[in-house]
Design a protein around this ligand. Structure first.
Ligand code: C2E
Ligand code: CA
Ligand code: CA
Ligand code: CA
Length: 278
């Protein structure tokens, strides 16, 4: 048994080394990716539950790796957060999204909401300043920009983060609480944070037609949002039954594969702006 334990240990460390090595490689590649502009922003439509009218879009970053192809944010955002590289990536995504949407403002004379994800690691006084500068640079109304935050931001140094969010909120930029219902669900914090929208996590939407508990949770979130005068969007709607259920529950907007996957900028433009003009 001892020998076996020894082997296990050996295997374990080798495995750890391999993991550490893979992580370091990824970190170096991420640094290079930032310098050589390997990122791309995809846009997923957010639409009205009632008539699929386009309300806005969420910006979702992709990494076009020269050898490995498109890498999902799930596979590199956590490391970008750990290493602090998320600051550079996040700044770039924000700039890119604002540039794109202000261009579309000019072209179509409509002001679609653009939602950008923000990690807790990005948030500091410099970020507040950056947001302000970017809005100026792109001549974009602050009300058009929405920033998506998660509950981890509430738990991690709440007083300081409330101060920073309020400073951004003063600019006219609003916040959406992402993945709502998962995590710590600190409802008391919700009141203290300048959040104006809840995004119902797709885990609940996924089972909304098959699991009574999930349906009840969604119903409760919707009721609470209405009481607190918060806007709502349901995430991860994949079929008509789910959409229909959300209509019954009077949830006004949604995003999900049922309407559209996240799309490259040009495809979003052709499919949802050029054709919607009439
Ligand atoms: P998220 O913010 O919760 O984004 C929603 C995710 O759900 C996206 O995954 C989207 O493609 C996916 N999704 C949308 N509709 C459906 C659906 O109907 N079914 C299913 N199964 N999935 C759906 P994606 O693009 O892979 O992004 C994953 C996560 O990576 C995001 O989750 C977000 O936490 C993070 N992320 C993406 N872009 C950025 C960014 O620019 N900055 C930061 N900080 N995080 C980002
Ligand atoms: Ca999000
Ligand atoms: Ca989400
Ligand atoms: Ca998520």
């Amino acid at each position: 048994a001892k020998e076996k334990g020894g082997n296990c240990y050996q295997f374990f460390t080798t495995d750890m080394n391999r993991q550490a090595h893979a992580r370091l490689t990824l970190e170096n590649e991420l640094r290079k990716a930032i310098k050589t502009h390997q990122f791309e922003v995809f846009y997923q439509p957010q639409v009205s539950t009632w008539d699929n009218r386009l309300l806005g879009a969420e910006a979702l970053v992709r990494w076009n790796h020269p050898q490995r192809g498109i890498i999902s944010p799930v596979d590199f955002i956590p490391i970008a957060e750990e290493t602090g590289l998320i600051k550079d990536i996040g700044d770039w995504v924000l700039d890119e999204a604002c540039r794109t949407f202000s261009q579309w403002n000019q072209e179509f004379g409509l002001k679609l909401q653009i939602s950008v994800n923000v990690s807790v690691r990005q948030l500091d006084d410099l970020f507040v300043f950056r947001v302000q500068e970017l809005l100026k640079k792109h001549n974009m109304p602050a009300s058009q920009l929405e920033l998506e935050i998660t509950e981890s931001l509430l738990m991690d140094n709440p007083q300081e983060n409330i101060r920073l969010l309020e400073n951004i909120n003063k600019l006219g930029v609003e916040f959406a609480m992402d993945d709502f219902g998962t995590g710590y669900s600190s409802l008391s914090y919700l009141k203290q944070f300048p959040v104006s929208k809840l995004k119902i996590d797709r885990a609940f939407i996924n089972d909304i037609t098959t699991d009574k508990d999930d349906e009840a949770i969604v119903q409760a979130i919707i009721a609470m949002a209405k009481t607190l005068k918060l806007k709502l969007v349901a995430e991860g709607v994949e079929n008509h039954e789910q959409l229909s259920r959300l209509r019954d529950l009077e949830c006004d907007s949604y995003q999900g594969y049922y309407f559209s996957k996240p799309l490259p900028q040009q495809v979003f433009y052709e499919r949802h702006l050029l054709t919607a003009e009439s």
